[in-house]
Design a protein around this ligand. Structure first.
Ligand code: BGC
Length: 790
């Protein structure tokens, strides 16, 4: 064990502060004379992007965090974390920037897909499993974003006013759970809370996190969240990232020299960074090795997806029996271009993506599986791809790469380890050989200055954004320019897209060469899909959101599915009663047709194995294992909390603790699907509940005809109002997974932590009284009740 205090004594002030200040976009500097390597960080919750973000170093893409939470299984979250820890080691990453444990306060939150649940207990349990898994590989996590980043509007500046009780019982609870379980890092949020920006919020970071909870890890700023020197240094922040516009470095050294920041404060931060380095093997002889991947990422991604899919409705349609299927209609633009990831910093480049169409075709080799677009919600043309296109070769700074499609993306370091300052140009070359003569639509989207040439014709030269557009806006709001070109079938047509950058601007690229061949108009597309469904044995429609709907950086303006997808579902379901609707969205969307379709399966953003997992579930190779981690509304206006727009720079959480189902339970409105809802392929009889000490035991029997899994949920309810402080009608106190063969009876033990009986009343206080302990299939489906007195 390295003597950290000794090392702190050896370092100069300049060295100390350099260790707390990003040296580039993702890392802290090495100090070889004390045996310290550079500590490398990387996003994010669904995969390890690494410092690059290109096809030359792809990453396993797991399903969205909402999906991981929908499995209600901390052990599965731990396996997912272990996989990501192993991938981090493969990529030389010491710190994985996740998990995201902000709460599903409102489904309009743009980053809802990246958070786990509307319930703090479920969020904390999943996060603790995830963190244990990543850290088991010697890789640190940063549980983020502390705290109140539950929406995106004005996220850099908004002051979130959170009542003390809600702060403790709801928003801080998952952070506390992970910290007490041994998380090594925390990322502080952009926003302020109760008057102080989080990067400088001493009340939360120093008093609560470090002193009260005994956190010995490090607090890193969100990227460019530290915007001042002294108050962030005094406010509990340990590391300011990235290098760009960083207010620490020499300015902080100067502040220490002037006595405005005590040296002990700096030493405490350095100790935390050195402890981190020693934990991840970046200090002394115990060097962190770049190790080959030791876990089968594809298998984990598929398992998490299957276990996360929530079957919210099934009128005897699923599972399909393969041999009965002669023709399957697979409908939807997202059936071939599945949305496997949410937008923003959680994005990465997977080595492959199995689309729903590919997955079903592979699983049904003897069945005719036919695709129709039906309705396309994507506002931009999809990236050019498919057999009409030759390889997509792009060059930048003299390096040459091949991409799978016409999309080229990276955040942070450019590909090939190039210095961002040296890149001034990107060129993408390919050849389109159309199979159909007619009007082809070709588009360029992204940000920067472009030149597009198709054949001999220069179609575009210009910049898609007005001059002066801010960096974050550029990255999160790409724009598109569309052209129509007449092309003849069989004629190879070279396409060249050139992009130029201001020096230093190439650290973020989201460039797409889009294409759509000649085809029917919107009405024609729907008619084609309806006709296909009518002549097929079953119809599988994939509907969902787009990158312009669910992303970091902005909130949603509506919960409706974009485009004409609702109309498509209704018309297809009317044409074929054996229709299953697959919902490909990271967070709740409205399903106005839910009673028209025979089955509805929510698949979140399902990660790279999307189609393989979908085929497993539709064909009954596996049962869908998910239960809702968040309430799904029938109508937007019924949601207990919708507001995401600050007024005069502040947003008050006036609903206090009544978020999610806590809010739904006290409202007259009923949701479409309650918290915890979801069906498998077998049935369960709950036989007995006993409560002893700090544990509930629930006995249940699998009464169906196949082996299955049940998420046994335990809710508490205060029989008489035992406290002046209002409590929700019911709240989740614990859960466990039961597995049983047909006819088998099993007993699961569910811990009931003391915290479940407590309220924050200036301190944690157990409220004496009689409680109902309810074993339930879902919040709205109680099966057995016992009583307990506290
Ligand atoms: C996000 C963080 C992310 C960081 C680095 C920020 O914009 O809020 O979650 O880890 O960027 O990409």
């Amino acid at each position: 064990m390295t003597d950290i205090d000794h090392l702190v004594g050896v370092l100069t002030l300049d060295e100390k502060v350099s260790l707390l200040t990003g040296q580039d976009f993702w890392s802290l500097p090495a100090i070889p004379r004390i045996g310290l390597r550079s500590l490398v960080m990387s996003d994010g919750p669904v995969g390890v992007r690494g410092t690059g973000y290109t096809p030359d170093d792809p990453s396993t893409a797991l399903p969205s965090p909402t999906a991981l939470a929908a499995a209600w299984d901390p052990a599965l979250a731990e396996r997912a974390g272990r996989m990501l820890g192993a991938e981090s080691r493969r990529k030389g990453v010491h710190v994985l920037l996740g998990p995201t444990v902000n709460l599903h306060r409102t489904p309009l939150g743009g980053r809802h897909f990246e958070c786990y649940s509307e319930d703090p207990l479920l969020t904390g349990e999943i996060a603790a499993g995830f963190v244990a898994g990543v850290q088991s590989q010697g890789v640190a996590t940063t549980t983020k974003h502390l705290v109140g980043n539950d929406f995106e509007t004005e996220r850099m500046t908004v002051d979130v006013r959170i009542p003390e009780r809600a702060l403790r019982e709801i928003y801080l609870a998952p952070f506390e759970r992970v910290v007490r379980a041994g998380g090594w890092g925390v990322m502080s949020a952009y926003n302020g809370v109760n008057g102080a920006s989080m990067a400088a919020n001493a009340t939360i970071q120093e008093e609560i996190l470090k002193r009260e909870w005994g956190f010995d890890g490090f607090v890193v700023s969100d990227w460019r969240a530290a915007r001042s020197t002294v108050d962030t240094a005094l406010g509990g922040l340990d590391v300011a990232m990235p290098a760009m516009d960083n207010p620490w470095g020499p300015t902080l050294v100067e502040a220490v020299r002037q006595g405005r920041v005590p040296l002990e404060v700096i030493d405490d931060k350095v100790r935390r960074v050195l402890l981190l380095a020693s934990r991840v093997g970046a200090l002394s002889s115990d060097f962190f090795d770049i190790s080959p991947m030791s876990v089968d990422g594809d298998a984990v991604a598929r398992e998490v997806a299957v276990r996360s899919f929530v079957l919210v409705r099934n009128e005897g349609l699923l599972p399909f029996t393969g041999p009965d299927l002669r023709r399957v209609a697979v409908i939807g633009a997202l059936a071939t271009d599945a949305r496997v990831l949410g937008g923003g910093s959680a994005q990465l480049t997977p080595a492959h993506v199995i689309s729903p169409l590919d997955g079903l075709r592979a699983a049904l080799p003897d069945t005719e599986v036919v695709h129709a677009i039906g309705a396309d919600p994507r506002p931009f043309l999809p990236p050019a791809q498919g057999p009409e296109w030759s390889a997509f070769v792009f060059t930048t700074g003299g390096h040459r790469f091949t991409a799978e499609t016409g999309a080229v993306r990276w955040i942070g370091d450019p590909p090939g380890g190039q210095d961002v300052g040296t890149i001034t140009e990107l060129e993408l070359r390919t050849v389109l050989t159309p199979t159909v003569t007619g009007e082809h639509r070709i588009a360029v989207s992204g940000f920067g200055a472009f030149e597009l040439t198709v054949g001999d014709e220069k179609l575009y030269q210009g910049s898609l954004h007005p001059p002066g557009t801010g960096r974050a806006d550029l990255l999160l709001n790409p724009r598109e320019q569309l052209f129509t070109v007449s092309l003849a079938a069989g004629t190879p047509t070279p396409v060249v897209l050139r992009q130029t950058f201001e020096p230093g601007a190439a650290h973020s690229v989201a460039t797409t060469l889009g294409h759509r061949g000649p085809g029917p108009d919107e009405e024609g597309l729907i008619a084609e899909a309806v006709a296909l469904a009518a002549r097929s044995d079953v119809a599988v429609i994939v509907v969902g959101t787009t990158e312009q709907v669910e992303s970091e950086g902005f909130d949603r303006t509506s919960l409706a599915l974009p485009g004409r997808q609702d109309e498509l579902v209704s018309r297809v379901a009317a044409a074929n009663p054996r229709t299953v609707v697959v919902v490909n969205a990271g967070s709740p969307v409205l399903l106005p047709w839910s009673e028209e379709a025979a089955a509805v399966l929510l698949t979140w953003f399902p990660g790279q194995e999307a189609g393989a997992a979908l085929a497993d579930v539709l064909l009954g190779v596996a049962e869908p294992g998910g239960r809702l981690p968040t309430t799904w509304p029938r109508r937007e206006q019924d949601c207990p909390v919708l507001e995401v727009r600050p007024a005069d720079g502040t947003l008050g959480y006036d609903e206090d603790i009544f978020v999610g189902y806590r809010g739904w339970l006290r409202s007259a409105a009923r949701p479409l699907y309650a918290f915890g809802h979801g069906q498998g392929y077998t049935t369960w009889a709950y036989a007995d509940i006993t409560v002893t000490g700090a544990e509930a035991r629930v006995t249940l029997t699998n009464t169906g005809d196949r082996t299955g899994r049940e998420v046994v949920q335990v809710y508490l309810s205060a029989e008489a109002a035992p406290s002046a402080l209002a409590r929700p009608e019911r709240w989740l106190a614990g859960f466990a997974i039961a597995e049983a063969a047909p006819g088998e009876t099993v007993t699961v033990r569910i811990p009931l932590p003391e915290r479940a009986f407590q309220v924050w009343d200036g301190g944690w206080r157990t409220v004496p009284g009689v409680y109902s302990v309810i074993a339930a299939h879902a919040l709205d489906d109680p099966r057995l009740t016992a009583s307990v007195t506290r």
